[in-house]
Design a protein around this ligand. Structure first.
Ligand code: IPE
Ligand code: IPE
Ligand code: MG
Length: 253
């Protein structure tokens, strides 16, 4: 006899989770994690890379199609030079050292952000990792690096204006879809869940266009401590939210 309960009630918490299509992650709190332990901020960034690797594995495990992580903002240039260099070296090493593993796991890696002005060796590594994984059909991992949301919109505007000026585009063709095609995330679905660790409740110039309708989840966990429990907590909060997109809720419709 079929077990009625099994039909009407999710068998496990895991099955009750609604899995987002695209998760954006503001990986914040590395410095405070380190400070709390009396260690240099750089140690927090080093541990943050391990948390990033955990996140990639979790997205694979739970079947999340897209994840975009904020790893260095265009505003982070105001930090001390030594910290900036340390972060750059760490991220460079991460993409280089983990390329094989990411590739074997069928992960497609893309780097979103301004590349001009970056170290030439780093630019080469970025090009290599993107080319190597370009045909992978698994998790799409976007690393927002030297990224700023306002600047992304400025660049899109410039490219559209140039096309209009040259007569390749008519003003009437400028639309939301066209702007989206000129963003770094062209062709990807917008994030439906944005997670920020570290306790701050702000966007900090991250995917400001794309996050227009994302569900925002703020966790107090410092990024280096981020683990499966936090990930599942964020998915649970997301699963309980009702996304209305300006319409009416099911209850009041
Ligand atoms: C996030 O951690 C990493 C980067 C911004 C590169 P922070 O370095 O901002 O850590 P807190 O916010 O100072 O704790
Ligand atoms: C946002 O964190 C940028 C990244 C996580 C890379 P910040 O620490 O730079 O943000 P604010 O300064 O607290 O807004
Ligand atoms: Mg911070």
């Amino acid at each position: 006899m079929p077990n009625e309960q099994a039909v009407t009630r999710p068998v496990s918490q895991f099955e009750a989770l609604r899995v987002p299509t695209h998760i954006g992650v503001i990986m914040d709190g590395n410095g405070r994690w380190a400070k709390q332990r009396g260690r240099p901020r750089t140690e927090g960034h080093r541990q943050g890379i391990l948390a990033l690797k955990r996140l990639v594995r979790l997205c694979n495990k739970y079947g999340v199609p897209y994840v975009t992580v904020f790893s260095f903002s265009s505003e982070n240039w105001t930090r001390p030079k030594t910290e900036i260099e340390f972060i750059f070296n760490l991220l460079h090493k991460f993409v280089e050292a983990d390329l094989n593993e990411l590739h074997q796991n069928n992960v497609r890696v893309r780097v979103l952000g301004e590349r001009n002005g970056l170290d030439v060796a780093l630019q080469r590594t970025i090009a290599k990792v993107e080319a190597t994984t370009a045909r992978n059909s698994g998790l799409k991992l976007n690393v927002a690096f030297n990224y700023g949301g306002k600047n992304e919109i400025v660049e899109a505007t410039r490219s559209i204006a140039a096309d209009v000026k040259a007569g390749r585009l008519d003003l009437s063709q400028v639309s939301e879809e066209l702007i989206e095609q000129r963003l770094y995330t062209a062709g990807m679905p917008a994030p439906d869940l944005l997670i920020r660790t570290g306790g701050e409740q702000r966007i900090s110039n991250f995917l400001i266009w794309q996050n227009a309708y994302a569900e925002l989840v703020f966790l107090d966990t410092w990024w280096p401590d981020f683990d499966e429990e936090d990930f599942v907590e964020a998915l649970q909060i997301f699963s309980e939210r009702e996304r209305r997109f300006g319409g009416l809720s099911e209850a009041s419709a």
